[in-house]
Design a protein around this ligand. Sequence first.
Ligand code: ATP
Length: 201
Amino acid sequence: AKFSVGLTGGIGSGKTTVADMFAKLGASVIDTDAIAHQLSAAGGIAITPIIAEFGADFIDASGAMDRARMRALVFSDSDARHRLESILHPLIRTETARAAEQAEGPYLIFVVPLLIESGNWKRRVERILAVDCDEQVQVQRVMQRNAMSESQVRAIMATQASRQQRLQAADDVIVNDGDPAALLPQVAQLHTRYLSFARLL
Ligand code: ATP
């Protein structure tokens, strides 16, 4: 298997922004959120099991999972959340493994929002890269992007690992607190390091 990095960070920390930079430099980026999205989009392979488990009420007119409705359910009902996860997680594993096999880059970057929270993912990657930013900055970004209130964003953050836990688990950290121009030098330096790890593997 290729050398692989797990890229994680809290909501709004800048994972996608950073992952796009690695992709431009030539890394093979596999975004588990995007894969999860495809699985539950119209025609996705999770739709049939979702209907079987939750009923057709959770599918919208286009044939995709009704995200707002499902989010509302699983946010308040942890049993439902576990049932949804037991549908999606095995499918995500299969699809990410397939994407990894087809990847042509010198190494892999798996973007996994809840990597620290998942023993499985921690075992699947050689290195953990956390995108770090101040919690207040995180809140501001997500409020702006998703038109959410501060308490809504804080409620999501409360379900994720803390900044402290993430920094403790990380091998590498990218700081994304301010100027977006500060990102590329950090990404480029890590890319060079990951290329040499990949050559040693
Ligand atoms: P999520 O977990 O919610 O998908 P994410 O960690 O992938 O988020 P991004 O989507 O990369 O984070 O960034 C969140 C938002 O903040 C985006 O709208 C992005 O354009 C913006 N953003 C990211 N980094 C910066 C920065 N350094 N300065 C200003 N805005 C930024």
